[in-house]
Design a protein around this ligand. Sequence first.
Ligand code: FMN
Length: 399
Amino acid sequence: MSDGRKTIVVGVTGGIAAYKTCELVRALVRDGYRVKVVMTEAATRFVSPLTFRTLSAEPVTVSMWADEPDAKIHHISLAEEADLMVIAPCTANVIAKIAHGRADDMLTTTALATEAPLVIAPAMNVHMWRKDVTQRNVAVLRSRGAVVIDPTHGELACGDVGEGRLASVESIVEAVAAEAVRVRDLMGKHVLVTAGGTHEPIDPVRYIGNHSSGKTGFAVAEEAARRGARVFLVTGPSHLPDPFGCEVVRVQTALQMRAAVLARADAADVIVMSAAVADFRPATASSDKIKKTDAPAQITLERNPDILSELGARNGGAVLVGFAAETSEVEENAKAKLEAKCCDLIVANDVSDPVLGFGTDENRVLLVTRDAVERLDVLPKAAIAREILDRAVRLLEER
Ligand SMILES: Cc1cc2nc3c(=O)[nH]c(=O)nc-3n(C[C@H](O)[C@H](O)[C@H](O)COP(=O)(O)O)c2cc1C
């Protein structure tokens, strides 16, 4: 049934905050969504299905075994119908089940079966929330692309004070709205992203490297995957886990990065070169650890290949995005780099600011194309990733 409305499947689990989901359902209906509620058995102890059926004007599902008039397998049809699934409140139990792929009731089976974005709003006692096992399960869900709206701090139903209160209905509605309109404008496209720094070996235990954490490139890769792209991420050493939905190649050196990038560049529609590739490498790397007493007075360096220039010169038809880490004359240097390396977009930032840039979660960047220079505010790296891909999609459309 399509009347232009997006379908939000609201999962309700057995927490005391389930009564607040009544307000959530009302707000979503008011905002023009079709809302279909699915409840766990435990949730029905807190709020009656009749309440949700009345608020949503749609049938409410609790059991997988109920007779369906149209003979459809309901958890699959519900999963397919969903433009988004939000679980609020989400118990520690359901977080654990979904994190481990369990599907033993209607709600968890639908959550496993759906391809739609998943928004989770946990609510529980503070000690349950803080337990390592819960935090690990939440991290698993986040790493798979779920949006987790952290519970807030305050007085809990059990009398304890701490984190565990369900986030406000307004913030859940906001997250749903943001996810529901998330564009899939890179569907069918190949996006190649590089991230992190490289390690150029001096001997088996020492290397020349830099401070790049890989956070920006990982954020770009994750965002591109969310927008429907097939994503290859080539990264230097980084502690970050593989982003959800990306094919990841982990390399150490600039030469390895070059080989991995060139192997995939021809298939790419968009190439985002955010890696901080070392410009130089030791001319020779000792195969044995160099003893303190044998330390050379000098290390002879050799130039590494300039991968971005090589890609620009090949002009393979992909939108090419380069990065410029500058300590002065950021705009001038970015414009020069755009021309010299035949890029379509340069993302430039001033790395002399100790609070921003390498290793931090936020950054302030300048986006330089042939036609425009845009100075963005200080933004989280995930937001910068969105801005970069918005420009890349526009450039792709102009081809
Ligand atoms: C009064 C009461 C309140 C509860 N509140 C919560 C809660 O806020 N969060 C939570 O994770 N579990 C809470 N529980 C425990 C869950 O109901 C229990 O783990 C149940 O098995 C969850 O089932 P479900 O995850 O299938 O909905 C509560 C239990 C009771 C009796």
